[in-house]
Design a protein around this ligand. Structure first.
Ligand code: G4P
Length: 526
């Protein structure tokens, strides 16, 4: 392949950072995202951020259900440039009712930013999302937000991160006061202080200091606070984890930044450090080994499918993460599932009303492809016909219901709806072995409502849903006799005819695990 393409690829890959933000609702994800977008002139917004907050960004209220709830059902992509970098942010729904889609979006990110509310610490949803990042071993950067409010002791927060999430931490900066006393943050590496001025959040004022014992800090913070901060920083120097770039890259150490997103405080320093430390687009595993981003042949995989984003277009959009090569509008790629070569002539980085056609894109970028119904989650699109990326994990659902169609004559549409919605990956369908009862599994309650709504409005089918009491699903691997599992669980089949045991509680699950030590109980599909 030509040298110019190779060097162009190396240059474009070097510029890119693709990450997801993980947090619990209300920690400040929307706010931080908006501030980051303001630092870079946002180039493309693919359906964001909560409508109530940012009318200019709210393009995702494509479905009544979103409008009614004022939340974003599906995650989306944003792109901006900052000081020579091209940044792709993968948004994950912030509401409690998030879905498996959220987990899967994390597989398209090369690193993650974890936002923690300084008053609340590590919360449930953060924990779940963190575990998925951990599984992939991607670097995780922590932003401890809302310093302008009285929060918990920073050491407490660090300890919680280490205890609850099991990751070591290294504070890159340290708060000088909190809440009403907040006067700045001390940068441990650059030896400077970013000053806090509640009344002027536009201006970012930084003062160079000689160290944390600099009299300038004493003057600013007062004796008492300065003594305290000095002691804290001394303790960190002596007893804290050293900064270790390799450990950050392996996802074993999280660099921690403090700030207040709403006040635009600590955000720029966070962004600049993040861009220096976060990885450029990484290789992905395939049947032919790791595919490096700088390989000249184009390849990518679909990690998300979203239907009917704009009711005026009754189509689906498949989100493709580019893994290698250069994407050019009109490129011909091979799609193994349909055994077809297809020309990608309408790539989009869109959204809603404004669909912006992409002329070229590079590894790390996400593009939206018009999907007439041929794509499935995990599909590979590549110039190389024999390439197939490893399958994306199927995550264990946590809520279940039995579903039946009210009017038996509508069975065909019902089946079509179920098939399409399963392809999109927001619901999982299980069947009981003999009676073929249909059981849906989801990660968030909202997915049931979305399912019900879409069955009615898109497929014209009324359904009946009966909630089931299961909380855990585990894929069974080994010599499984489903009858033996009856006491503690119900055994069903997934779409690939794998056995899955559904449990009502952890106790039942543990008992089964103990009773059948030769069987593996997997959290993701084998
Ligand atoms: P989310 O996307 O993670 O759910 O959080 P979001 O950014 O919507 O922030 C949740 C609430 O926290 C918002 O307040 C927001 O203004 C506030 N917030 C975000 N960052 C900070 C911060 O650094 N300090 C303080 N004190 N508050 C912060 P809200 O009252 O729910 O919304 P709004 O009426 O302020 O828009």
């Amino acid at each position: 392949m030509s040298k110019p393409l190779q060097s162009r690829l190396a240059e474009e890959v070097g510029k890119r950072r693709t990450f997801a933000i993980i947090s619990h609702p209300d920690a400040g994800k929307t706010t931080l995202t908006e501030k980051l977008l303001l630092f870079g002139g946002a180039i493309r917004l693919a359906g964001t951020v909560k409508g109530r907050k940012a009318a200019k960004f709210a393009t995702s209220d494509w479905m009544e259900i979103e409008k009614q709830r004022g939340i974003s059902v599906t995650s989306s992509v944003m792109q901006f440039d900052y000081k020579g970098h091209r940044v792709n942010i993968l948004d994950t729904p912030g509401h409690q009712d998030f879905s498996e889609d959220t987990y899967r979006t994390l597989t398209a990110a090369d690193s993650a930013v974890m936002i923690i509310d300084s008053a609340k610490g590590v919360e449930a949803q953060t924990k779940k999302l963190f575990q998925v990042c951990r599984m992939r071993g991607i670097p995780i950067f922590t932003f401890i937000n809302k310093l302008d409010r009285e929060g918990r002791d920073p050491f407490d927060l660090l300890e919680e991160i280490e205890q609850v999430l099991g990751i070591r931490s290294h504070p890159m900066n340290w708060p000088i006061g909190m809440g009403k006393q907040l006067c700045g943050i001390y940068d441990r590496h650059k030896q400077q202080v970013e000053l806090f001025d509640e009344n002027d959040t536009e201006k970012i004022e930084v003062t160079e200091v000689s160290g944390y014992d600099d009299p300038k800090i004493r003057k600013m913070a007062g004796e008492h606070l300065h003594d305290q901060v000095q002691q804290e920083l001394e303790l960190l120097d002596v007893a804290g984890d050293d900064f270790d770039f390799e450990k950050v890259r392996q996802g074993e150490l999280t660099p921690v930044f403090f700030g207040s997103a709403v006040n635009n405080f600590g955000v720029q320093t966070f962004l600049e450090n993040f861009l220096t430390l976060a990885p450029t687009p990484t290789a992905r595993k395939s049947n032919e080994g790791e595919v490096e981003p700088t390989e000249t042949k184009f390849s990518g995989y679909i990690f998300k499918i979203q239907a009917n984003m704009n009711p005026a277009h009754r189509d689906r959009v498949a989100f493709l993460r580019i893994v290698s090569g250069k994407f050019e509008r009109g490129i011909s790629v091979y799609h193994a599932r349909s055994n077809k070569t297809m020309k990608l002539s309408q790539p989009q980085q869109f959204l809603a009303q404004d669909r912006d056609i992409v002329e070229e894109a590079f590894p790390g970028d996400i593009i939206g492809l018009f999907d007439p119904g041929v794509f499935r989650i995990g599909d590979t699109l590549a110039e190389d016909r024999s390439l197939a990326f490893d399958e994306l994990p199927t995550f264990s659902p946590e809520l279940f219901c039995k579903v039946t169609v009210k009017n038996a004559l509508k069975h065909k549409q019902y089946q079509k709806g179920i098939d399409q919605l399963t392809d999109e990956g927001t619901i999982q369908v299980f069947k009981t072995p003999h009676f073929e009862d249909v059981i849906l599994g989801v990660v968030g309650q909202l997915q049931f409502e979305v399912f019900d709504y879409r069955m009615k409005h898109e497929y014209g089918v009324d359904i009946q849903m009966q909630r089931l009491n299961y909380q855990f699903a585990r894929w069974l691997v080994g010599d499984v006799d489903p009858n033996k599992f009856r006491i503690n669980s119900t055994v069903v089949l997934d779409k690939n005819q794998n056995y899955v045991a559904l449990f009502e509680n952890e106790y039942a699950m543990r008992s089964s695990m103990e009773k059948f030590p030769d069987i593996q109980f997997l959290e993701t599909a084998p």
